[in-house]
Design a binder for this molecule. Sequence first.
Ligand SMILES: [Fe+2]
Length: 254
Amino acid sequence: MIIAQISDTHILARSSEQAEGQRRAENLRQCVADINRQQPDAVVHTGDLVQNGLPQEYEYLREILAPLEAPLYVIPGNRDKRDALRTAFGDYAYLPKNGDFLHYTVEDHPLRLVALDSTATGERKGVYCARRQAWLHDVLSCAPERPTALLIHHPPFDIDDHYIGGYRRPGEAENLAAVVTQHTQVLRLLCGHVHCPTQRSWAGTQAITMASVAVDVRKGIDETQVKDRPIYQLHSMSEKAGLVSQARIVAGYQ
Ligand SMILES: [Fe+2]
């Protein structure tokens, strides 16, 4: 069982005159081609799919993602607009067609995916309210024996000095930690948002934040070593090795 994780692609519209537009599109194209070579069972995108939440950005994103051979599961980031995302991915059966959140679970694989929507309109920071807490507690309580990866755009901890306090209100990150601590089947927390690769122990599990696929906005990378080469993650689960996560650095944008 292999899951590829991409994040923070920040795709601009095909018609955008911003210099980053084609570069970001190519960063993602290179990842898609490399992911297909790894033949994963699923691909997850941990948010900030596009830059401004515009329909034409999602349209271009879908075009770039079209060659992906494995099923794709997306969660919103603060740059996404929930309704536009829902419309753009309207053919994805796992995404709720209505309601306030884009939460869901994926039960098709040995590693269960639990995706929590931490975004709120107009907020850069994450939101983890009582309704989200109730949903997460319920879905984790349903399957205590199933190895699980929890997907949330906003990490509930600080990343060094460039990212302090991921959630809007005091106590929200602590509430999230309290729920996850109760559910030891959560083997990974997979996050985006900070554009920086980190790993840490958190709430009894292993939390990973990803470098942004968009090379021009990533942080915490020695760009002299991997200049213009996008990075994504592979999470492989086997009986022998358990769950192993590794970064892949792919060919660059010429
Ligand atoms: Fe981002």
